[in-house]
Design a protein around this ligand. Structure first.
Ligand SMILES: O=C(O)CCC(=O)C(=O)O
Length: 253
């Protein structure tokens, strides 16, 4: 992949700051995206073998933290073209922490990523064109400046006979919906082209819009980052810098 250190324009920065998200057009080439999609399809169909590969059927078919065992996903996660835009949003050095590859639209109910990953933000890479039919991202612009539902509001600790899915459906998602209504701002579907990247704030209320053409593939790689200075982090996951350095740094308290 080519190396280009270009940061956000003033307009993009203002968009991110006011709306909580910004679309960066054509960050990756169509050829890069096609190769990536072919790789993911080959893995899914079993035409290629990769130790550690697995898919979850959790809000659509997806993989989780594939960058930890797949150098192709890792390359996208810490691609130099994402470095400065993320640094501009954070006003700090970004460290990569998580990936989720979505094979299809997730229809994930509205949520805020910082509930799961405190201090985080996302770079969501569209590996195909995303339109109203294949389940685009849906966002509530400006919600990143409003209330964040945290694990103090909705503890992750499961009650007797409660699964994680039930905790999310019965306790977490309704609370986010409450904030969504309280904010009183219309949601927006984000249509993007192959190779575009949506940068969004970890407090932004967002989710996956309904898939109007069931069965269509909608390849997207969701990459998550936290600021280098973040101590608000309790996982023993690798924090990966854009130069490839890895560290495990977390707060046990
Ligand atoms: O890709 C999607 O449909 C949803 C992605 C999402 O919710 C996330 O990355 O947090």
């Amino acid at each position: 992949m080519t190396s280009k250190q270009v940061g956000l324009t003033n307009t993009q920065r203002t968009c991110y700051q006011t709306k909580g998200y910004v679309v960066l057009e054509s960050v990756f080439t169509q050829k890069e995206c096609r190769r990536y999609v072919e790789h993911l399809e080959d893995l899914s169909a079993g035409r290629k073998k990769l130790d550690g590969f697995f898919q979850q059927n959790k809000y659509g078919y997806r993989t989780f933290n594939q960058h930890l065992y797949d150098p192709i996903v890792l390359e996208f996660l810490i691609d130099s073209r994402l470095h400065q835009p993320l640094a501009d949003c954070f006003e700090d050095e970004p460290e990569a922490i998580q990936t989720m590859h979505f094979y299809e639209g997730s229809e994930h109910p509205l949520h805020q990523d910082q509930y799961y990953l405190p201090d985080c933000m996302s770079a969501w890479i569209a590996m195909v064109d995303v339109d109203e039919f294949n389940g685009p991202l849906v966002v509530q612009p400006g919600s990143h400046k409003r209330r964040l539902i945290t694990k103090t509001d909705v503890p992750m600790t499961l009650q007797p006979d409660e699964t994680y899915e039930l905790q999310q459906t019965n306790r977490y998602f309704p609370k986010v919906k409450e904030v969504f209504c309280e904010n009183g701002i219309d949601e927006v579907k984000v249509f993007v082209n192959q190779g575009d990247v949506v940068l969004f704030h970890g407090k932004l209320i967002h989710g996956g819009a309904p898939v109007l053409k069931p069965g269509t593939r909608r390849h997207a790689l969701a990459c998550h980052y936290i600021p280098y200075s973040s101590e608000n982090w309790d996982r023993d996951w690798e924090r990966i810098s854009f130069d490839g350095n890895r560290r495990i740094h977390f707060n046990k308290a």
